[in-house]
Design a protein around this ligand. Structure first.
Ligand SMILES: [Cu+2]
Length: 152
């Protein structure tokens, strides 16, 4: 076997490892980030906005499933009024969105595609079920980009 063949095989192996391993590395990094940046007992609500299809979803949108576009709309998100801190980790799968919870004067926070915004639901009021929404015009379906936080 020539030295050139060995180098080609190693390069091919590196490409395959990168393609297969990168999604796992991203998922592991995401878990590490959550474990090290939020209090241990937090309620963490991952939300992703997408203009096409028009949803706020708790599904993880990653490269391969983005094209299937079958995400469950998070029309109702349970939150627990048990004293634990509540954090939203909000992302956009495509265009610039904006996240707000008007009742608690939270936001609007710009949500750029590919970035994660960590937003704490901090209030001195008792928790009440309320609406969350996209605050800025992001697409034709913008008026439908809203859901409810339901206190349990
Ligand atoms: Cu919008």
């Amino acid at each position: 076997m020539l030295k050139k063949d060995i180098v080609e095989i190693l390069a091919l192996g590196l490409v395959v490892i990168t393609i297969v391993g990168l999604p796992f590395a991203i998922i592991l990094y995401d878990r590490y980030h959550v474990a090290t940046h939020f209090p241990k007992n937090s309620q963490i609500i991952n939300l992703t906005a997408s203009a096409e299809p028009c949803v706020w979803t708790r599904d993880k949108i990653v490269g391969f499933n983005y094209w299937w576009k079958k995400f469950q709309f998070a029309k109702e998100i349970p939150i627990y009024d048990d004293g634990r801190p509540i954090f939203f980790r909000v992302k956009s799968a495509d265009v610039l969105h904006s996240f707000a919870i008007p009742l608690y004067r939270i936001g609007p926070f710009d949500i750029k595609a590919g970035e994660v915004q960590a937003i704490e639901l901090k209030t001195n009021k008792a928790l009440r079920s309320t609406k969350y929404l996209c605050w800025q015009y992001c697409s034709e379906c913008h008026p439908d980009l809203n859901g409810r936080l339901v206190v349990k």
